[in-house]
Design a protein around this ligand. Structure first.
Ligand code: AKG
Ligand code: FE2
Length: 294
């Protein structure tokens, strides 16, 4: 096995690092079973069911729908919320596919509200990884369970996580992405541009002032990343991929028959770091960012 120091060097060089066998198969299954229970108990919010409206909406209704969707997203930072794939409801709002096959992701605070995911996030193994990377005061800023459903699991366009979760200085954000199933090119594994984490961030997603129509806006744009530079990163079930906050990564649509479940969460080194007040995600009175080392 690679030594800790060699791994750290590789992470600093590439902006990502694969740690195989981080979770056992049993630990992966436990998270999958728990998410199954959460889905079985899910209440689908009425506006989410309106994927295919039964009639053409007028402009004001369209605007209201966009506003409802944005509001559902913007207020999800401290909650467990459900986001669906396109085309999973019929015109009456009934599921066209089984509910557990309809969800794109569940986020952004599983780590805070669900005991099983809280345990997985704050485990001694995760704490040891953070310590080995030199984190003094890591806090958990968000978590997501991503399903990448067979056939319909949508792609995640190329991005840097700091576009959405910006800090000053940069370099204080780390994603921990855990494959709960084998991930391959066919079922939508991650693709990275090695070494792309050193050129800064030129696109930001920011929260617009309260009362404005959409609630979020994009400032700046990404450079044209060369498609030939992406490296597919296939990993086995239980692998952990460390993702530097500025490394460029993406995943493609899942066209295979196999799902690609992952649990992913983000840490920030809180010591000496300013969490941008413009980020869409903000700590709240109900949920300040929890320290990892507890
Ligand atoms: O799982 C994916 O497809 C994308 C996840 C991602 O971008 C992240 O965890 O930062
Ligand atoms: Fe990402």
């Amino acid at each position: 096995m690679r030594g800790v120091e060699a791994s750290q060097n590789k992470f600093q060089e590439d902006g990502f690092l694969v740690l195989e066998g981080f979770l056992s198969a049993e630990e992966c299954v436990a998270l999958q079973q728990r998410i199954g229970q959460i889905v079985a108990e899910m209440d689908v919010p009425p506006h989410c069911r309106a994927e295919f409206p039964p009639r053409i909406l007028n402009k004001a209704e369209e605007q209201q729908k966009t506003q409802d969707n944005t509001e559902y997203f913007l207020s999800s930072g401290d909650k467990i919320r459900f986001f669906f794939e396109k085309g999973v409801f019929d015109e009456k709002g009934n599921f066209l596919v089984p509910p557990e096959k309809s969800i794109n992701k569940i986020d952004h605070a599983l780590h805070a509200h669900d005991p099983v995911f809280k345990g997985a996030t704050h485990s001694s193994k995760v704490q040891a990884v953070a310590r080995s990377l030199g984190f003094h005061m890591p806090v958990v800023v968000q978590s997501m369970y991503i399903f990448k459903q067979p056939r319909i699991g949508g792609k995640v366009p190329a991005h840097q996580d700091a576009t959405f979760l910006y800090t000053e200085p940069l370099g204080r954000l780390l994603g921990l992405w855990i494959a709960l199933e084998d991930t391959t090119v066919e079922n939508g594994c991650l693709w990275f541009i090695p070494g792309s984490h050193t050129s800064g961030v030129s696109r930001r997603m920011v929260r617009t002032p309260a009362g404005s129509m959409t609630g979020i806006s994009i400032r700046g744009s990404d450079p044209a990343w060369d498609n030939s530079l992406y490296v597919p990163t296939e990993v086995g079930r239980g692998s952990l991929i460390l993702i530097h906050g500025e490394v460029v990564h993406k995943s493609e649509q899942n066209l295979s028959d196999r799902s690609r479940h992952v649990y992913t969460f983000h840490l920030m080194e809180a010591s000496g770091t300013v969490w941008s007040p413009e980020n869409w995600l903000q700590p709240t009175a109900e949920l300040p960012f929890p320290p990892l080392y507890t």
